[in-house]
Design a protein around this ligand. Structure first.
Ligand SMILES: Cc1cc2nc3c(=O)[nH]c(=O)nc-3n(C[C@H](O)[C@H](O)[C@H](O)COP(=O)(O)OP(=O)(O)OC[C@H]3O[C@@H](n4cnc5c(N)ncnc54)[C@H](O)[C@@H]3O)c2cc1C
Ligand code: FES
Length: 215
């Protein structure tokens, strides 16, 4: 059941009562029923306050717009946590995110003890979402997150659009990257999320979103 909704720049933070669901490992995702749509939509867990699961949603199409339009007290079906999250056994974590790729970062930052973070956004309005990750360095286009990466940036954990992930990987081949694909089932049954990564076809819902042995 929806416990609250908050505007965060152009995005909506949708807070749901947790019920029996576990929050899982940062980087894992949940399939959220999108009212009026046949298929659920994959969403990364953004925050896990006591008794709640919170998702940051970019209203880019009918499913995400329906989720952002939910009202307090409405109920939706939620499945998860699903997929592979980030490996958190790191000595020098650095979070890197672009756009709605900020979504899994607050939960990840909480698990890692608030490590440094670099965030990139298309506009100042989108950059209002940086308020979810206090202390992060922020760039707004035409500047790019890769401009802020040092020569030895540490253990990079990244989420964002594919060109950003590719650019981060060129600079930091060992970076952990959370990839995206369209998903229908979320648990390996439909093959709708198959993508080619380094010449191998992967079902991103079960082999990702954080693909361990992609390099
Ligand atoms: C593991 C995972 C975690 C995600 N976490 C979040 C999140 O925390 N917050 C959030 O806002 N979004 C997240 N997404 C993306 C979100 O699921 C899609 O934006 C949503 O399903 C689009 O549905 P729609 O009906 O609104 O738009 P559609 O009509 O389905 O799509 C609108 C446009 O976006 C494109 N598109 C849709 N889905 C994707 C995708 N997965 N990758 C690339 N392009 C796509 C379409 O081609 C189309 O151009 C995540 C996706 C994945 C796979
Ligand atoms: S979404 Fe169905 S197999 Fe991945």
């Amino acid at each position: 059941m929806v416990s609250a909704t908050e505007s965060v720049g152009p995005f909506t933070l949708l807070r749901l009562e947790r019920g029996e669901l576990e929050p899982g490992v940062p980087g894992q995702f949940f399939m959220l029923e999108a009212p009026g749509r046949v298929l659920p939509r994959p969403m990364s867990l953004c925050q896990a306050p006591h008794g709640e699961l919170a998702f940051l949603i970019d209203p880019i199409g009918p499913g995400t717009r329906a989720l952002c339009a939910l009202r307090i007290g409405e109920a939706i079906h939620v499945l998860g946590p699903l997929g592979n999250g980030f490996d958190l056994d790191l000595s020098r974590p650095l979070l890197v995110a672009g756009g709605i790729g900020i979504a899994p970062m607050p939960y990840l930052a909480a698990a890692l003890g608030d490590p440094p973070a670099i965030l990139g956004f298309r506009t100042e309005h989108h950059a209002e979402a940086a308020g979810l990750l206090p202390g992060a360095e922020i760039v707004v286009e035409p500047r790019l997150v890769t401009e802020l990466l040092q020569d030895d940036p540490g253990d990079v954990l990244a989420c964002g659009p594919e060109p950003m992930l590719e650019a981060v990987r060129r600079r930091v081949p060992r970076a952990q990257l959370a990839w995206e694909a369209r998903m229908a089932c979320g648990y390996g049954a439909c093959y709708g999320c198959v993508v080619e990564i380094d010449g191998r076809y992967r079902r991103l819902c079960v082999d990702g979103p954080v693909v361990r042995d992609a390099a």
